[in-house]
Design a protein around this ligand. Structure first.
Ligand code: ATP
Length: 221
């Protein structure tokens, strides 16, 4: 379960959000400027709440009353951005291995093979990011994040830079990851259709507040 109860002031904007999601994919939906990125930056540990508690499956990542703020690299949270942010000078194999090495994890060749198959990236290992399509780059970014064995995967508009055809191509991979990896995910978007297909629970943000929380039926038509 992902438990979030945080408040934070950012200039003239403030985030004041509480929800507890049991969903395998928790969708964060809201217009531009509603606070989605600010909220996932707090979950990732990139920003510290002024007040509140963040927990994943009972492990507390932040608790301001206890002056507890687990550092980013100790949270075991994977992060996939709109732009894949692969290293252009490294081939796919080295990009995939980067997170594991940074986290001092031992290689798990069975998991590598499983993710290569699940994301259909095994034939891309020797290429550099410049030789990949946008959808392929995102699949590699997903693999790289999952190879760090995260307890939670944050995705901030991972399909935001893709055209409709590429989105349709990558969505089945996201559904497979949801159904087969067992890693809970937070998925940020302002596209309700993506969440209808992916999310089990949805948080709708408006001006830094929770406007609705529930199943995909809370999404606008
Ligand atoms: N460090 C900061 N200082 C001041 N204001 C900030 C800061 N960070 C974010 N904001 C403001 O907080 C509001 C919410 O921003 P945020 O990026 O979280 O929204 P968002 O829902 O992710 O938007 P988008 O969909 O456009 O990415 C915006 O008005 C932004 O300008």
């Amino acid at each position: 379960m992902l438990g979030v109860k945080v408040s934070k002031r950012l200039g003239s904007f403030s985030v004041d959000v509480a929800f507890a999601s049991e969903g395998r994919v928790t969708g964060l939906f809201g217009a531009s400027g509603s606070g989605k990125t600010s909220l996932i930056n707090m979950i990732a540990g990139l920003q510290t709440p002024d007040r509140g508690v963040i927990s994943v499956d009972g492990d507390v990542l932040d608790d301001t009353d206890q002056q507890l703020h687990l550092a980013v690299h100790r949270r075991r949270i994977g992060y996939v951005f709109q732009d894949a942010r692969l290293f252009p000078h490294l081939d796919v194999r080295r990009n995939l291995d980067y997170g594991r090495r940074m986290n001092h994890l031992t290689r798990d060749t069975a998991q590598e093979a499983r993710l290569n198959e699940m994301l259909n990236i095994g034939h891309l290992l020797d290429r550099r990011p410049g030789q990949l399509s946008g959808g392929e780059r995102q699949r590699v970014a997903l693999g790289r994040a999952l190879l760090t064995r995260p307890r939670l995967l944050l995705m901030d508009e991972p399909m935001g830079a893709l055209d409709e055809d590429r989105k349709a191509e990558i969505l089945p991979y996201l559904i497979r990851l949801r159904d087969e990896t067992g890693v809970p995910m937070v998925y940020v978007t302002h596209d309700p259709d993506e969440l209808r297909q992916l999310a089990s629970q949805v948080v709708i943000l408006k001006r830094g507040r929770v406007a609705a929380f529930g199943g995909p039926e809370v999404l606008p038509a």
